[in-house]
Design a protein around this ligand. Structure first.
Ligand SMILES: [Zn+2]
Ligand SMILES: [Zn+2]
Ligand SMILES: [Zn+2]
Length: 175
């Protein structure tokens, strides 16, 4: 009891309450820093609240009293082992794990069943699309060939996939 009345009497707390009452500070959003994690202090200090720790303690108190409301700002992934939210993300082929794949428009030649990236169907010089398997010219989309956009082709195993697998490697940086 003594501690909380002590908090209320500080000018910092009064400034914070004043900012809230006048609507200058209607919500305090966390800022994300990949090394130090979430912090609220930069927004508070911009409003002239210099003792962030005291202000946050007061805010916690106001949340307890039901004056302020906490809202979920963001959901982030965190490491199961150490809780870090800093990762290296690698996109890989879901079949063989290779990092070597290309993204592009995929063509299926209905005449022979060949499936490949659009650039494999071009013949040097001419603008014509020639199937690299049966050497026939592609005529009309939907009739003798089909097109699918934004498909990945693995350059290692040759498989096609619509989205690469994401592999997260924890950097072990603590929040
Ligand atoms: Zn970790
Ligand atoms: Zn063909
Ligand atoms: Zn692969």
């Amino acid at each position: 009891m003594e501690m909380s009345s002590d908090r209320w009497s500080r000018p910092e707390a009064l400034r914070l309450l004043n900012l809230m009452l006048t609507g200058t500070l209607s919500e305090i959003k966390p800022k994300y820093n990949p090394v130090t994690g979430y912090e609220y202090c930069s927004e508070l200090s911009r409003e002239g609240i210099l003792s962030c720790r005291e202000a946050l303690a007061l805010i916690e108190k106001l949340v307890e009293m039901g004056v302020l409301r906490k809202e979920l700002h963001d959901t982030v992934a965190s490491c199961r082992n150490c809780g870090s939210e800093v990762f290296i993300v690698r996109a890989t082929c879901p079949y063989c794990g290779s990092l070597n794949f290309s993204k592009g428009v995929v063509i299926e030649h209905l005449v022979c069943g060949y499936i490949g990236l659009e650039e494999d169907f071009h013949r040097e010089g001419s603008g014509k699309k020639i199937c690299p398997k049966c050497r026939k010219e592609l005529k009309q989309q939907g009739i003798d060939f089909l097109k699918a956009a934004k498909i990945y082709k693995c350059n290692s195993c040759g498989d096609f996939f619509s989205a690469p697998s994401l592999i997260y490697r924890c950097l072990g940086v603590w929040v």
